[in-house]
Design a protein around this ligand. Structure first.
Ligand SMILES: C[S@@+](CC[C@H](N)C(=O)[O-])C[C@H]1O[C@@H](n2cnc3c(N)ncnc32)[C@H](O)[C@@H]1O
Length: 424
């Protein structure tokens, strides 16, 4: 890619298909080609360090690794950390995967586990089936992780091989959990008399089918494709465990302002990890950007007077429509405050002369245009960055349209996805 040519469209055009980027069909993911183009545009190499503070399904860390660029990825959602660690599994392990799956199944079936009265998976499955699926999870842990299998697994230290089997289990539990609603990011909980029951044979068959459907060779990877280290951990974008000025380039896409609840969207996967629907789940939701549950202490606006975001928040607060001054103002204020704190944190960890590449999409609140690209640009300017490049891509099918409840107010308007490069 030449220095001024636009990078590949960041939109991931299809969530189905084979290869690492399709192992876990993440509607929020961006395209591997986009990351590869950015690596070449920014002239990153084996001496650079790339950070993605919202790493999601791990496109940034996976492509950096394939291209020989060391990288670090954080995501606050443990299920996405599992997905991105799995994506780093070495291709030369592929011949061992089927025999290892058979071993996991044999151990699962022989396993004697305390007969718990319930399991997070009971939101979709009968108790007997949930116990079977839990035995598979415990077998993955006893063979590939070790330690105590009664607590929640420490995903930040999971090997990519163990993470790979977790992803197989994610795929099976999601696919067989029952019908989703019209919103494909959301799987409905099943009523008690409608919970899915699976025999051991059905579970074995489903896991084998998923393993067969997984293809290894895409994203430019070869037999020994993964070349650079990638560190992937659970982390909050607002407080990153990194030293000052330790990062050369950030390549990332934050959650958008479209009120898609990422924790709820991965509830099945979190249940596989043994996250109950209780307080842990609630606090995970509250700490995410884009959540519909704002954090209690985020009511105070901390934006520069006269900035686009401060004017927008005032306009939302004064909007005559129902709940604008209450729920909607708090939700937007929460989102922009978390974004501001995350960008400040990036200002701390990016070295002088380093860059931040952000993929963002605009949206509307009623008739008000939420120009997220402008918000990001101004928040970075407040931290001493300048805008170096900006490319716009019209979006033909967006999360806003998927999330049909938010369709009505902006009529025939189509959103724009923007790629911004900001330089410190
Ligand atoms: C748009 S997605 C990133 C997708 C990614 N580029 C990919 O290709 O899969 C944004 C991610 O931010 C994560 N996230 C939300 N709030 C966060 C926070 N406070 N800290 C870190 N990650 C967060 C979500 O879990 C989600 O996976």
């Amino acid at each position: 890619m030449s220095s001024s040519a636009a990078p590949a469209n960041p939109k991931l055009h299809s969530v189905s298909g084979t290869g690492r980027s399709h192992w876990y069909p993440y509607y929020a993911g961006y395209s591997p080609d986009f990351v590869a183009d950015l690596i070449s545009h920014l002239q990153l190499d084996s001496k650079s360090t790339v950070l993605d503070p919202w790493n999601g399904s791990g496109t940034t860390t996976s492509i950096c690794s394939i291209k020989g660029v060391p990288s670090i990825g954080f995501d606050i959602n443990p299920s996405m950390v599992v997905v991105s660690r799995a994506r780093l599994v070495a291709a030369h392990t592929s011949a061992s995967l089927e025999p290892l799956l058979q071993k996991i199944l044999a151990v699962s079936k022989a396993m004697r586990r305390p007969k718990l009265a319930s399991d997070p998976l009971c939101s979709w499955y009968t108790l007997t089936t949930a116990r079977r699926l839990r035995s598979v999870e415990s077998a993955i842990r006893s063979i590939l992780v070790g330690g105590d299998t009664s607590s929640v697994v420490d995903v930040s230290n999971l090997s990519s091989l163990a993470a790979f089997y977790y992803v197989l289990l994610f795929r099976v539990t999601r696919r067989l959990a029952g019908k989703s609603t019209t919103n494909p990011t959301w799987i409905k909980v099943n009523a008690e008399d409608n919970r899915v029951s699976l025999t051991w044979e059905q579970i074995e068959f489903a896991l084998s089918v998923e393993l067969n459907d997984i293809g290894f060779y895409d994203d430019g990877s070869t037999e020994d494709g993964l070349q650079a280290s990638a560190i992937v951990k659970v982390g909050d974008s607002r407080a990153q465990s990194l030293k000052d000025s330790s990062v050369d380039a950030v390549i990332t896409s934050p959650p958008y302002c479209t009120r898609i609840d990422y924790a709820v969207a991965t509830r099945v996967e979190l249940a596989v990890l043994n996250y109950s629907n209780g307080s842990d789940f609630e606090s995970l939701r509250r700490s995410m950007l884009g959540t519909t549950l704002s954090e209690a202490h985020s009511g105070q606006s901390e934006f520069r007077v006269g900035s686009f975001v401060s004017t927008l928040l005032e306009a939302i607060k004064k909007h005559p429509s129902k709940a604008s001054a209450g729920y909607y103002y708090l939700t937007y204020n929460d989102y922009f405050n978390k974004l501001r704190r995350s960008i400040c944190e990036l200002g701390r960890v990016i070295r002088k002369g380093g860059s931040a590449t952000f993929v963002v999409q605009d949206s509307h609140y009623k008739e008000l245009h939420v120009d997220l690209a402008l918000v990001v640009e101004q928040l970075f300017q407040d931290c001493g960055f300048r805008l170096e490049m900006k490319w716009d891509y019209p979006v033909l099918r967006s999360l806003r349209q998927i999330n049909s409840g938010s369709r009505s107010h902006s009529g025939k308007w189509l959103p724009t996805e923007s790629v911004l490069i900001l330089r410190k």
